[in-house]
Structures are given as C-alpha cells and as structure tokens.
Ligand binder design. Sequence first.
Ligand code: ZN
Length: 609
Amino acid sequence: MVMACGTRKNAEKMKVENHSYSNYKEVSVSHLNLSLKVDFNKKELWGTSTLTIKNNSGANKLILDTRTLKVDHVAITDADGKSKEVTFEMGATDSILGAALIIPIEKNTTSVSVAYHTLPESEALQWLSPEQTHDKKNPFLFSQSQAILARTWIPLQDCPAVRFTYEAKVEVPPHLMALMSAENPSAKSKDGKYNFRQTKPIPSYLMALAVGDVEFKSLGRNSGVYAEPGMLAKSVNEFVDMQSMIDSAEALYGPYAWGRYDVLVLPPSFPFGGMENPCLTFATPTIIAGDRSLVSLIAHELAHSWSGNLVTNETWSDFWLNEGFTVYFEQRIMEKIYGRDYAEMLTALGRGELQHSLDDLMKEAPDDTKLYLNLDGRNPDDGVTDIAYEKGRFFLRSIEEVVGRTEWDAFLRSYFSTHAFGTTNTKNFIAYLNEKLLSKNPEWNKAVNTDEWIFKTGLPANCPVVNSKELQRVEEAVAKFEKSRKVADIQTKGYTTHHWLHLLRNLKSLKQEEMAAMDKEFKLTGIGNSEIACDWYRLSVENGYEAAYSEMEKFLNSVGRRKFLLPIYKALLKTPEGKKRAEAIFKSAEKGYHAVAAGTIRDMLKEAK
Ligand SMILES: [Zn+2]
C-alpha cells in the first residue's frame, strides 16, 4: 500500500457544534479499536485508532477531532473487508478546539483507521519522571480527557453526545502496568503487553490510560485499589468502606452497571480530586488523610457511575446535569453510611463554598451563575465551578424538600434506568421532571421554581437552608475566641477535617501572635492533611504570617491538585509582594503541575495587576 499524505486546509472555516468539529449527526462512531505503544523516552504514544462507523446519511466524509497530534496515514475499509489508503485533510487549528481531521469515505465504508502519534505537549497526558512519583523509582503516565482533551491523544468524535464501546492493545515497558477505563489486569504482564475491553458504550471524555509501577489489592466483592507499592497499604486502609459505598449506592438508585469499581491512587501532580473513569476512578493521593475523613471523594466518583457515566450531559452547557446530580448522590451515599449529622456537615460546607463562588461570580460574570451555561466559543473548562456542582446539588435538594424523599428517589431511579447509556440535556430533563414528577401535584411546580434555578443568575429564595449542629459547635468556638482572643477558647476535641476547615474559614483578621499561638497549639504549619494545609496557608497569607511560608512553598511544590493551589495563589496575588512570591513559586513548581492546573495559574498571574 502507498502511504497517502495529508494536506492542510486553512481557508474554509469549519462548523463547530458542541465543542466538536465532528459530523456525528451524519456519521457516528460505534466502536473504537485502539492499538498503542507507550514511549516514555519521547513522551509520545504511537499507534492506530480504528473506528467502526455508521453512515446514516450517506455522507462522503468523516470528520474527527484532533489537537496537537500528528496523523501519519489513514485507511478506510468496506463491508467486504477491503482496505485502501485515502488522502486526508487537516482543518485550521483553533487554540481550544484543535484541528478537524477530514477523511473521505464511501457509501459502503464500515471502518476508518488512523495511524498517528501524540506529541509531548499533548494536554491530556502527563508524563512524570520517577522523582515526581511517590516511590521515586519509575516513570508514570496518566491521562485526563475531560472535558475536550481526549482529542489530544486519540483522533475521535470528541463530544459527549457520542457513545462507543472500545477495545485496546497497549504496549508499555515490561516492568510497568497499564490500566484503562475498562476491564483491567490485576497483575503485571511479563512482556508489557496488555489487552482491554470496554463493552459498555461511553463518551470520549471517559477514555483513560495510566501506566506505572502499580500493584492491586482487592477490597471486596467487586472493588479494589491500585497504587504504587509504597502507597498501597495506606490506600487500602483509607478505602475500607468502599464496598459498602457501592452497596449503598445500588440500594439508592439501582444496579451498578459497570462490573468492577476500582480506584487508582495517582502520584500527587494529578490536577483534580478524582476522575470518574468507568471501572477505574483516578484519585489524588491527597485524600489519603490517614483517618478516612476525605473519602466523600470516593462516594462522589462512584456516584458518577450513574450521573455522568450512565446518563451523560449532551453538551458541556448541560454540565450541571452531570455534577449537580453527582454531588447530590454523593451526599446521599455519605448519609447512608455515616449518618445524617455527618452528611449535613458536608452539605453545609458545600453551601459555604457556593456562597463564596456566587459572591465572586456575581461581580465578575453573573451569567456564569446560571445552571445552564452559554459556552459558545469558550473553553468548556470555564463551566467547572461550584455553580454546576453546588448550585446544581441545592436545586435537586430543593426538589427533594418539596416532593419528599419517597417520590424523589422513585423519580431518580426511573430517570437513571430510562436514560441509561444515553445522553440528556437541560430541556429534556425539565420536560421529564415536569411529566413524571411535578405534574402530580399543582403546588409542586410553583414551589420548585425550576426556571429560576436553571436560567436565572444567583440563588433563588427557596434555596434549602442547612443547619449543621457540628459546624455550629465550631461557630460557637469562633465567637468565644473573638471575644477573648485566647486560643485556649477553641476546643478542638473530636474535630474532623471538616470541623477544621470550618474553623479556618471563619477566623478573620488575626494578629501575628494569634497566628503563632494557634500554630503552636494545633501544629498546623507542615500538617500532612492537604485540605487543612490549604486553608491554613491561605489564612497565613491573608494575615501575613511569614513563619508558615517555607512549608507553604513546599506544599505548592509537591501538590498539583487545582483545588488546593488556586486559593493560595489567589490570596498571594492580592498584594504586590505576594504576587512576586507567587511568581517565584510558580516558576519552580510549574514543571510538576499538570497542564490543566498550570494553565489556570498562568492566567491568574497574567490577570493580576
Ligand atoms: Zn464530579
């Protein structure tokens, strides 16, 4: 066969719908067969992506999404199994969307094969040197495809409205294990070759790959954990409740659809808390607090096995359907296992975070406080805020309060089973909600106030009020301290991570000696719990407590989770000296951050005066 070469097309402006160049409404991909070789030296993946297509409309081309990847050649195959090389075209490059890959197809074309390699700058892939891992012996690779980064490592229809099954062959250095969002091995292969199969149709943002020196340990019937050998025992200890979380979730909203549920504990540079890759959640090691106090993150990622993975948002503007449902569901799992008081404490903290985001957004971009977002021409990552997560959750909770739990839970069970392995959007959800639930009682529709929640800015007056006895205890301690200014008046016996966070968020305008006394009493500078560390360092910057700065710099150099980085950088950027410090820290820490986290901080540094 002759290698056909691609031509670059610059003149024609391509139509972009749903953050994807793909013509998925005309030609849809139903299955992906991936073959990849992982090259740690070049920091590149080399291989072939073969897509089974359904040409519903008789279209003469298949358009795929790509970004920073090099297409080497393309072949098409017909129903009789005959293959031939074709000449493909690349569209103009857009900095957010990448470039369209335009492949000529024929009426009887059944599959398209793209030979390609990624480039070291592929944003979905983070290549870690041994020093950047926990055990510091072997390199590590992990992917993060959400929202539209799958196209930086696989040419496909990168759009949540398209679902496909997949199989993959992945070759890695023999001493490492490869894992995907699919059926996974539980031990290393001798030759570094692995085969994967995902028999349930998934959207592209759930494509995932990790390669590293990891080991597996079972946690129960259908759950287990993968981690670097030095992190495995700690991780197993932290996740003892995982199997009962799965059982509780199934009791709430129906059978778990994905076979196994395992968690991979990643090295610290992972930019998110967790990513709900099907069958295998990717998780930050910062949730391994030693006291199981941060496992709500696992409940969250597990809940995505229903909201998001099973029922998917059709566009990124509908993202709240994904995250709002998940935060609500997460809370219900936590309540079932740890009781109402504990779950209400988490909900109250979420309410505080929502208020904080609303206060900022109402000044800067009020339209971004609507649940349904207009993301035309924008990066879908702009929609990843507390609005989708927390405002979404409080909307669903307000429905629960109006209609009562029995009706609401029955509605959710039918919502998940009716839409399983499909997509939905805001308009369809509202219609379904009205038809199946709110129309049952004329009072409900008015009381729920759906339109204001979804299409208006800010927070409706019927937002549920959360009272947490546990957090009130903290507020009383703060009030006592504000009068006496004595640290001894803050009684922290029985505090969990969440009590600490509430305390640190409620203390305002502290003097140097008060910060020092608190540090001496509670040993906060250098603390191993990242949640508490983040709030303590933010407070230290806000109150100019320099004794904490060197540990804070270590923290910013060792942790890559965006949730912890942003509040501290943001606090630093409020003063000119702080800005200088932030720039210096970023310069040394940047190489350890994931592109997603580094990009956000780079923008913050640029925007700061
Ligand atoms: Zn989530």
